[in-house]
Design a protein around this ligand. Structure first.
Ligand code: DAH
Length: 344
């Protein structure tokens, strides 16, 4: 058999093997066998030099054609096998219903807070913030609640021990506490800016309460403060009415009852009445505290009480949420039970 006669059968075997390769590894073994450095087609090329001179061009061309053919087949097969390997082993049924990703949602307390903020934004209130770890000056004294004031007992709270015992005595000059109400932020804001002031302060507060259906040591409040010239109880009542109608429905009625807070004079408790209270079997439900800012408070922040007037209020966010959604146990808000949270 002449040299040239070897080329075609060898090419056919190579084509058959490349075609039959079931995966990339098999394909690569076939490549090495025929086209590798010591491969059989490569060997033919190396033998060209041993041919008589006049046979070399034809033989060379023939071998090169075979080699090119094998190389393009190799590339084709490689792409095919890689694609096959990347496909799922089990075929997909595209007619099956999709798997819905679980999308989270805002906590009901966050939703209510955002609603409250939205309501106040409509009438020009800005959101202010203050520290949850507060000194007792901002939490009590500046709000006209001195150390011997009975109101302080009811808000006896979590004291923070500052520093380590080695670096600092446990009784530091300004006791730090977890704030018992957002009213401390009234002081923080007025200390920082001149009047007029128009803010609301949603935030977390802490009290030494045992958890039960209506109490929790941590809960949330919204504080409001409005300071300008010539502000009256009428402004306070109008604002509260507007916001509570927004939150509790257009049929909502508001009533003020005289009360006592050391940082307001006169002071009131706010009751409201709506379809929601009637659903709970009540005509009126207490919802907030408020009043006209006490002149002592203005003095404490350097505002002239002869020039400036204002009102303030504070209410609990959980209480609003409980009434709105008919939730009868406050602890449900903190348990992170998906079955509860999914409802909102
Ligand atoms: N700080 C009061 C509380 O936690 C609520 C409150 C009452 C806030 C009257 C006020 C206010 O700003 O004027 O119970």
């Amino acid at each position: 058999m002449s040299f040239l006669d070897h080329i075609d059968p060898l090419t056919e075997t190579a084509i058959a093997e490349l075609t039959a390769a079931a995966d990339s590894a098999e394909l690569d073994r076939a490549r090495v066998r025929y086209l590798g450095l010591n491969g059989e087609v490569t060997a033919l090329l190396k033998q060209l030099g041993t041919l008589p001179k006049e046979q070399r061009p034809e033989a060379g061309q023939k071998i090169n054609r075979a080699k090119n053919r094998l190389e393009s087949l190799l590339n084709e097969r490689r792409t095919e096998l890689e694609l096959a390997a990347s496909l799922p082993k089990v075929p997909s049924d595209f007619t099956l219903p999709g798997r819905r990703p679980t999308v989270g949602r805002l906590h009901p307390l966050t939703q209510i807070t955002e609603e409250i903020v939205r309501s106040f934004r409509k009438i020009g209130f800005a959101v202010a913030d203050g520290p949850e770890v507060e000194d007792d000056y901002h939490c009590f004294d500046a709000l006209n609640t001195p150390a011997d004031h009975p109101a302080r007992d009811t808000q006896d709270t979590f004291f923070i021990r500052q520093g380590t015992a080695a670096s600092q005595p446990a009784t530091s000059p300004t006791p730090m506490i977890l704030r018992t109400h957002t009213s401390s932020v009234q002081i923080r804001v007025m200390e920082k800016q001149p009047p007029p002031v128009r803010i609301i302060v949603p935030g977390r507060v802490y009290r030494r309460d045992n958890a039960d259906a209506t109490h929790n040591p941590t809960f949330h409040q919204v504080e409001g403060l409005y300071v300008d010239r010539g502000i009256t109880v009428g402004d306070l009542k109008g604002t509260v009415e507007f916001v509570f109608r927004d939150l509790m429905g257009p049929d909502t009625k508001i009533r003020f009852r005289p009360h006592y807070f050391s940082y307001t004079e006169p002071s009131f408790e706010i009751d409201f009445s709506s379809a929601l209270t009637r659903k709970m079997g009540r005509d009126w439900l207490e919802i907030a505290g408020c009043g006209m800012v006490h002149p002592k408070v203005f003095e404490n922040v350097g505002y002239d009480p002869e020039t400036w007037t204002g009102w303030a209020f504070g209410f609990g966010i959980e209480r609003i949420a409980m009434i709105r959604y008919g939730v009868t146990d406050i602890r449900l808000f903190y348990e992170n039970d998906q079955r509860f949270l999914r409802q909102f």
